[in-house]
Design a protein around this ligand. Structure first.
Ligand code: C2E
Ligand code: CA
Ligand code: CA
Length: 533
């Protein structure tokens, strides 16, 4: 049987071979004739369908799953491709959204200039921290940092320059407290450093000292060297505030206290600081009525020409005689008037009284006597300042050449360009401009050339040590020489002794003012002296 099968198999193979040959070499017209082969037969004789020629047709063949369900398979593959593409698109979309969310978060939570967390981020972080502190019992500390006199730099060198410094300051903070610590920029020149899980005052003090003294190193912008200082207000949480607003408000109060006590330092918040703020508010309310209630008076202090010992000028100095506080010196209420905006009204009142006094005193004098008033920079920068001055000059009909103003060096530098224009207008009107407290503030010789001023008033602190301190002597001498080279006259303030007067005369100082000549006196006393002379 096997043999028989073998023979049949060979026969079929021969048949196939010949058919292949015949199909291969036959004329094309013959080749188109297909030959039907039964698949069952091929299988039975173990003949592979490989040997089939392409014109052979295999009948009864076992179809593969693909072939029998071709349409279904194709639909499924199509669906898989579509679904796969959808999934890929979805993933890409999620990634894109994540990137966008990151960008939005960056805008919403970070300061664009310095790249530091912003106020929103700080608020959220601090809120969380306060919650954590409530449960853990371990709090932390907030440093409210403000750059001293930043406005001067910004106004003088431009905002682009100021921005570069802010970026550098941010970097310096990071270097100091570490990248991992929370440092935020609140806006402007205000920064916050938040230190978590810390309540050891010695450790905090060390960090604060390090931060403050790190500003002894200069900043370099556009190859220029700059020295800056910072004032820091410190609040501990939860002690100084168990909510965000209170904690930051108190830190801000402490920061202002640091500024008031001389800048370049840190001050911890204390509860009575707020009480003092309340007292300040009360004083503000009382000061509001002081003008109407006739509680303000001007005292006048003479300035003497060292060439002939003649009085050539009087400086008007305000006093408040309050039914509640008694005799209040200007140092105690001028800043309150500035903060509350009362200063413009107060300044106008002072200017009008001084004009009246000048008119009266000049009616009794052959020489022109100048009466000068102290002007706060807040007042000077009021848009109506010049028009108010002009109105009063006209109203009182006083010669502007018999009027002077004194502005402190520090105040002037706070917004140099604006103040420069206003002072120039005053000089054009004929009013004398003096730079007060010279030597105590920030100004370089370079500025001295530009400052619209006729007179430099050397601060009392230099005069005080004229006998004991060689350096102060050298400084005074140098100031006088430079001022004269710049065509400015020099007044020395707070002269109390003959010795000081003699030295100043020797240094060719032009005028002196101080208790040696006279204390500030009420108008009546001045006239009594003038008429008795
Ligand atoms: P200032 O303009 O530097 O005035 C000089 C201050 O030193 C005055 O204090 C004066 O009384 C005092 N003084 C003068 N000579 C001597 C002296 O020989 N020895 C000593 N120990 N002190 C002397 P005062 O009157 O208390 O004024 C303080 C400051 O208040 C002034 O400093 C001025 O900046 C400000 N001020 C006074 N009146 C006004 C005003 O009407 N408006 C504004 N904005 N500020 C004013
Ligand atoms: Ca003055
Ligand atoms: Ca002064």
């Amino acid at each position: 049987m096997k043999k028989y099968m073998k023979v049949v198999k060979r026969l079929i193979l021969c048949l196939l071979f010949f058919s292949m040959i015949s199909f291969t070499y036959a004329e094309p017209k013959n080749r188109v004739l297909p030959m039907n082969l039964n698949n069952n037969v091929l299988l039975k004789y173990d003949i592979s369908s490989k040997f089939l020629l392409k014109y052979n047709i295999l009948i009864h063949k076992n179809l593969t799953f693909y072939k029998s369900h071709k349409l279904l398979v194709l639909i499924l593959i199509g669906m898989f491709i579509i679904m796969g593409s959808l999934i890929v698109l979805l993933i890409m979309n999620i990634e894109k959204r994540k990137i966008q969310e990151k960008k939005i978060k960056k805008f919403a939570y970070y300061d664009i200039l310095t790249g530091l967390p912003n106020r929103t981020y700080l608020n959220e972080t601090l809120k969380n921290e306060l919650e954590v502190a409530k449960t853990s019992g371990i709090g932390g500390v907030v440093f409210f940092i403000d750059v001293d006199n930043f406005k001067i730099l910004n106004d003088t060198f431009g905002h682009g320059f100021g921005d570069e410094i802010l970026v550098d300051i941010g970097k310096r903070f990071k270097e100091l407290v570490g990248e991992d610590k929370f440092i935020a920029r609140l806006g402007g020149d205000e920064f916050i450093i938040l230190l978590k899980n810390i309540n050891d005052r010695t450790v905090i003090d060390n960090i604060l000292n390090e931060i403050v003294s790190s500003f002894e190193k200069p900043f370099y912008i556009e190859e220029k060297e700059f020295y800056l200082t910072i004032s820091i207000g410190v609040t501990l949480y939860p002690k100084d505030g168990d909510n965000l607003d209170e904690l930051l408000k108190n830190a801000d109060t402490a920061m202002y206290r640091a500024k008031d006590s001389g800048r370049a330092r840190y001050v911890y918040f204390e509860k009575d600081m707020n009480e003092k703020s309340f007292e300040k508010m009360q004083m503000q309310n009382k000061l509001r009525n002081a003008i109407e209630n006739d509680e303000l008076v001007l005292y006048y202090q003479p300035k003497v020409d060292l060439k002939n010992n003649e009085i050539i000028e009087y400086e008007a100095l305000i006093r408040w005689i309050s039914p509640d506080y008694g005799f209040v010196p200007p140092d105690r209420f001028i800043s309150i008037a500035e903060e509350s905006g009362l200063i413009s009204k107060l300044g106008a009142w002072v200017f009008e009284r001084a004009c009246e006094f000048s008119k009266k005193i000049n009616n009794n004098s052959k020489e022109n006597i100048i009466v000068s008033v102290n002007v706060s920079v807040v007042e000077l920068m009021n848009v109506n300042y010049i028009s108010t001055i002009k109105k009063i000059l006209e109203k009182i009909e006083v010669n502007p050449k018999s009027i002077g103003i004194e502005i402190t060096e520090t105040a002037l530098m706070e917004s140099f360009e604006t103040n420069e224009a206003i002072l120039n207008e005053l000089i054009e009107l004929g009013i004398q401009v003096s730079l007060d407290d010279f030597g105590t503030g920030y100004s370089s010789l370079n500025y001295l050339k530009k400052i619209p001023t006729n007179i430099l008033k050397i601060d009392k602190s230099f005069v005080d040590d004229i006998k004991n301190d060689e350096i102060d002597e050298t400084i005074i001498k140098a100031i006088i020489e430079i001022a004269h080279k710049l065509n400015l006259e020099v007044v020395a303030e707070g002269v109390e002794t003959e010795e000081q007067k003699d030295k100043l005369k020797e240094y060719k100082c032009d005028q002196i003012q101080g208790y040696l000549i006279s204390k500030p006196l009420p108008e009546d006393d001045i006239f009594r002296e003038v008429f008795s002379a």
